[in-house]
Design a protein around this ligand. Structure first.
Ligand code: AMP
Ligand code: MG
Length: 403
């Protein structure tokens, strides 16, 4: 049985092999959050485009303030002012943060280090050449590539694109991810279920996870535990870029998903992973489409999506697979787990005296959505661990939607 790291690597290897051309869309910087860039972005000019003061103070020639000194202030420069005149030796000019430093000046002295009397300014300490000035072109040169295809567009990347005037960006079209739940007991979320039915919460959580992962969910509804119906709905799912099924992959008599996937020609790369919850997860490729059979217990579905489906969506968007958002934390309470499988337990991490401390939440097992809705992370317990003492360092997998 593969470890979860091996299973992730297998998915990454298989999905990477499939190098089909990706459709592109033009998206404005206002809408492009979470898209993956499919073009280069170059600067339109030097950044900064002038020598910029980073402080409110006085622009001086450093040589004039080699020690404590007195200079005559000859004017004022605000951010945005046009600056053409050079600073004359023996004088200074008042300058604001973000304003252009005049030629002839090579240092800005913070206002806090000066005293002013009329137009005479006293400097109480020596100035260093270049201090409090960001030189023209030091952040980027004109025509320099600052973003490359495959870059994930977060707020900083979007700000950078906006800064250089690239307000419309060529992006990879988001991969379409078909979501198919299975099970005779599964009822639509907007219908009142029968006493022994359950609502299709997995379709909702999976659609949300797909969006967060950078995909576009295509919810196909539910298939009964019936081979023909499963095969027909799987066929629909194979029209999309990825197919994710929930339920029907365990050992029960009516767990038919693997059989149905086999019938339509899926080649499997694993059909179990050494994790709890989520052990029966399967992954295969069918006609070039990555196919995931995730166990139907809601927490298993959520965990296996984060571990296995998210990296496939990354790669199909033209980005690298993002590493898992793992954080080291101090275990708040001693724990005992059966060794053999890596555990991903609903937990909360809180910062106590500046240190992340994690505690597992009480739960009723992998059907307990209520426990997961109180969590902000999964506590990760390595497969070889059995008794873990309070205070030990452990990993947590952050829930990137709530933390
Ligand atoms: P399965 O993986 O099909 O054996 O299902 C495991 C458990 O998850 C059962 O208790 C199911 O009722 C439940 N389950 C299956 N599919 C869903 C779904 N779409 N939404 C919520 N719970 C589900
Ligand atoms: Mg089932």
């Amino acid at each position: 049985m593969l470890t979860y790291e091996q299973a992730r690597q297998e998915i990454i290897d298989q999905v990477r092999k499939k190098d089909s051309p990706r459709a592109k869309v033009r998206v404005t910087v206002w809408e492009a959050l979470g898209f993956v860039l499919a073009q280069e972005v170059k600067t339109d000019r030097d950044y900064p485009s002038f020598n910029r003061s980073t402080r409110d103070g006085y622009a001086v020639k450093a040589a004039d303030v080699a020690a404590a000194a007195t200079l005559r202030c000859v004017g004022e420069i605000k951010a945005g002012d046009t600056v053409r005149e050079a600073l004359q030796p023996g004088t200074c000019v008042q300058i604001m943060t973000g304003a252009a430093v005049p030629s002839g000046a090579d240092a800005v002295v913070m206002i806090e280090h000066t005293q002013r009397d009329g137009d005479i300014v006293r400097f109480d300490r020596p100035a260093r050449t270049g201090q409090n000035i960001v030189p023209r072109g030091s952040e980027a040169r004109a025509g320099q590539t600052i973003l490359t295809p495959g870059a994930r567009l977060g707020y900083a990347e979007l700000a950078l694109a906006a800064q250089v005037g690239a307000v419309e960006l060529q992006c990879a079209k988001k991969p379409r991810v078909a979501i198919l739940s299975t099970g005779d007991e599964v009822a639509l979320v907007d219908k009142t279920p029968g006493e022994f039915q359950i609502r299709n919460s997995n379709s909702v959580s999976l659609a949300a996870q797909v969006r967060i992962a950078g995909g576009e969910p295509v919810v196909l509804g539910n298939a009964a535990d019936d081979l023909d119906e499963l095969a027909a709905k799987i066929e629909l799912g194979l029209n999309e870029d990825v197919l994710v099924l929930s339920g029907g992959v365990s050992m029960g008599k009516y767990d038919l998903v693997e059989t149905a996937l086999k019938e339509v020609g899926t080649e499997f790369y694993f059909d179990a992973v050494a994790i709890r919850p989520g052990k029966p997860a399967v992954f295969g490729m069918c006609r070039g489409v990555p196919v995931f059979g995730l166990p139907g217990n809601p927490v298993s579905t959520m965990v296996t999506f984060e571990l296995f489906v998210a990296p496939a969506i990354d790669l199909l968007s033209g980005a690298e697979a993002r590493p898992l958002p793992l954080l080291e934390a101090r275990l708040g309470e001693a724990m005992q787990e059966k060794p053999g499988l890596a555990h991903f337990l609903p937990a909360r991490v809180e910062w106590l005296d500046g240190v992340p401390v994690v505690k597992a939440l009480k739960w009723q097992g992998s059907g307990d959505v209520a426990a997961l809705a109180r969590s902000n992370c999964f506590l990760v317990i390595g497969a070889e661990r059995e008794n873990i003492s309070a205070g030990e360092t452990v990993f947590v997998l952050l829930r990137k939607d709530v933390i």
